[in-house]
Design a protein around this ligand. Structure first.
Ligand code: KIV
Ligand code: ZN
Length: 513
C-alpha cells in the first residue's frame, strides 16, 4: 500500500492548556515546544495570542525557539485576534494562523447570537485578513460535528476561496461517533467543489471516549491532518492523544494509507515532560505512555512473550521510548557534563547564575540518589525555574509514623519570609502535614486531587506529587518532587498555594467573540 503524509498538529500548548489548572509559563511552553520539535510534530499550536500578555509572549517565544515545525496561533474570526496572532508569530521560520468561528445552529444562536449569513461573511473576512500575513491559514468550523451539512459546505467552499489552506471540522463537544464523523468528511469533500485546494483536518474531544476512534475514522475518509495533544490533555475529558494516533497508524500500516514523520522513540519522555509540567498525572493503564502499557503481568502472557515476542506484543516498548532512560549522570558528574546533558534535552540557561542554581539542586539530589535520569533533570529545571515567586517556602518537616499510633507532623515554613511552625495529627503523615499547613494558612481551598507517581524506576526514585486545589472556581495544580514522598507532598501543596496567589486571569477563546 502506498502511504501519504499525515500532518500531526499538536495543540498541547493551546487546547491542552485549556484544562483547568494546566496553565504553563512561557519557559515551560518553550521546553515542551522544543521537545515537540524533536518529536517532529509538523505544526505546534503555541497558544491563543490575544488571551493575555503572557499568552502573547509565550507564542512569540515558541515562534522564535522552534525552527523545524510550523508554529501556529489561534485567533477568533475577528481582526484584533488575527493581527495579534500575526504579531506574535513574526519571528517564526514558518507560521500558521488558525482562525475559527462556530457554525452549529446552537452555537450561532445562543453563543454568537448571529445569523448564519453573518457568520459566513465574518469567516471570509477573517481568512482574507489572515492571508495578508501568511500563506498558511487554517479555518475551523467550531462545533462542526453538530452543524448543518449545507451550511458547512457553503462556509467551507467560501473559506477555501478566501484563501484557507486547511479546513478543520472539530468535534468540539465530543458528540461524534466514528462512522458518522468519518462519513461526514467524505461527503463534505465530495460536495465542496474546491475541496482539493485544502487539507482537511480533524480535531476531536474525548467526552464519550471516542476522540482517537473518531480521528482515525476521519483519516480513513480522506483527512490528512490530525489535531491532538500529548497524553490526551485537554478540556473536560481531553483531546485525541497524539501518541495513540501516531502508534495506531504506525502499527496498522496495513490498513491506514498514511504515515507520520514522528520520531516515536521520544514519545515517553515527551509524555513525562508534559505531565510533570502541567501536574496532570498519566493513568497507569493509559495506552502507550501509561506505566502498565507494556507490563505483561500474567504468567501465560510472559511465557508467550519469552517464546515468541509477537504472541502478545503488537508494539515494542523501546519504539516509544520505554527502557531508554539510561543512567545519565551521578554524584561525580561535573558542571560541564550536567550542562551538556541539559542541552541535549533542549534546556538552555540564560546565564551562569541560572546554571549554578540548577547545579546546586543537582548535587543535592545526587547525594540522595545515585543514578540521575533525564526525567530527574527535567524535574530539577521545573523546580529551579519556579513558576512564581514563593510566598510560602518549606524550611523543615518532621513527620512521625508508627503502627498503632496517630501520625504527627511538625512543619516549619516561611510566609513572605517570616518563619512559622505548626504541629498536627492526621490519618497519615501527609494528612497531618497538610493539616499543620492549614493551621497557619487557612487557605479555604478544596483539595480536588492528590496523586503520587515515581519519576523513574526503583524505590530510590523520586516521588512526584500533584496536588490540585480549588478556590472560588480557580483551579491550580501544584507539583513537588523528592526522594521522600512526604516531603514531595508538602512541596506540592505549598507550590499549589503559591500558584493560587499568582494565577492570572486570561480569556478563553471559545467563550464568545
Ligand atoms: O474544540 C474546538 O472546536 C476547538 C477549536 C477552537 C478548534 O478547540
Ligand atoms: Zn478543541
Amino acid at each position: 500500500m502506498s502511504h501519504q503524509g499525515l500532518i500531526i498538529f499538536d495543540t498541547t500548548l493551546r487546547d491542552g492548556e485549556q484544562s483547568p489548572g494546566a496553565s504553563m509559563t512561557k519557559d515551560e511552553k518553550v521546553r515542551i515546544a522544543k521537545m515537540l520539535e524533536k518529536l517532529r510534530v509538523d505544526v505546534i499550536e503555541a497558544g491563543f495570542a490575544i488571551a493575555s500578555k503572557g499568552d502573547f509572549e509565550s507564542v512569540k517565544a515558541v515562534a522564535e525557539a522552534v525552527k523545524d515545525s510550523t508554529v501556529c496561533s489561534l485567533a477568533r474570526a475577528v481582526y484584533a485576534d488575527i493581527d495579534r496572532a500575526a504579531e506574535a508569530l513574526k519571528g517564526a521560520n514558518t507560521s500558521r494562523i488558525h482562525t475559527f468561528i462556530a457554525t452549529s445552529p446552537i452555537h450561532m444562536k445562543y453563543k454568537l447570537q448571529m445569523e448564519p449569513a453573518d457568520v459566513l461573511a465574518q469567516a471570509i473576512k477573517a481568512v482574507k485578513r489572515a492571508r495578508n500575513y501568511t500563506d498558511d491559514v487554517e479555518f475551523s468550523l467550531e462545533d462542526g460535528s453538530r452543524s448543518e451539512f449545507d451550511f458547512m459546505c457553503r462556509i467551507t467552499e467560501a473559506a477555501i476561496t478566501a484563501g484557507a489552506t486547511t479546513i478543520n471540522v472539530p468535534d468540539t463537544v465530543g458528540y461524534g461517533e466514528p462512522q458518522e464523523y468519518g462519513a461526514m468528511f467524505k461527503r463534505l469533500m465530495e460536495a465542496v467543489p474546491n475541496s482539493d485546494k485544502a487539507i482537511f483536518s480533524t480535531h476531536c474531544h474525548n467526552d464519550l471516549g471516542l476522540a482517537v476512534a473518531n480521528s482515525l475514522s476521519a483519516v480513513m475518509n480522506g483527512v490528512r491532518q490530525v489535531e491532538c495533544t500529548i497524553n490526551g490533555l485537554g478540556e473536560r475529558a481531553g483531546n485525541a492523544a497524539l501518541e495513540e494516533i501516531v502508534m495506531a497508524v504506525q502499527t496498522r500500516k496495513d490498513i491506514f494509507p498514511v504515515q507520520t514523520r514522528i520520531v516515536s522513540e521520544h514519545i515517553v519522555s515527551t509524555s513525562r515532560l508534559v505531565s510533570g509540567i502541567t501536574g496532570f498525572p498519566v493513568q497507569p493503564n493509559k495506552a502507550i505512555v501509561g506505566a502498565n502499557a507494556f507490563a505483561h503481568e500474567s504468567g501465560i502472557h510472559q511465557d508467550g512473550i519469552l517464546k515468541h515476542r509477537e504472541t502478545y506484543e503488537i508494539m515494542r516498548a523501546e519504539n516509544v521510548g520505554w527502557n531508554t532512560n539510561k543512567i545519565v549522570l551521578g554524584k561525580h558528574s561535573g558542571r560541564a557534563a550536567v550542562k551538556a546533558r541539559f542541552e541535549d534535552l533542549g534546556v538552555t540557561f540564560e546565564d551562569q547564575d541560572q546554571l549554578n542554581a540548577v547545579f546546586i539542586r543537582f548535587k543535592a539530589l545526587a547525594d540522595k540518589k545515585h543514578e540521575i535520569f533525564d526525567e530527574d533533570l527535567q524535574r530539577l529545571v521545573s523546580e529551579a525555574a519556579s513558576k512564581v515567586e514563593d510566598i510560602y517556602a518549606l524550611v523543615s518537616l518532621d513527620a512521625y509514623t508508627k503502627t498503632h499510633q496517630k501520625p504527627e507532623a511538625q512543619i516549619t515554613f516561611t510566609v513572605k519570609g517570616e518563619q512559622k511552625t505548626a504541629t498536627a495529627t492526621g490519618s497519615g503523615p501527609v494528612d497531618a502535614a497538610y493539616k499543620a499547613i492549614e493551621q497557619i494558612v487557612a487557605s479555604a481551598t478544596d483539595l480536588l486531587l492528590y496523586s503520587v507517581n515515581a519519576i523513574t524506576k526503583g524505590t530510590e526514585s523520586q516521588g512526584e506529587v500533584t496536588v490540585r486545589l480549588e478556590r472560588k472556581g480557580q483551579i491550580v495544580n501544584g507539583v513537588g518532587s523528592d526522594t521522600d514522598i512526604v516531603i514531595a507532598s508538602v512541596k506540592a501543596y505549598l507550590n499549589a498555594l503559591n500558584l493560587l496567589e499568582h494565577s492570572a486571569v486570561r480569556s478563553h477563546p471559545q467563550h464568545g467573540v
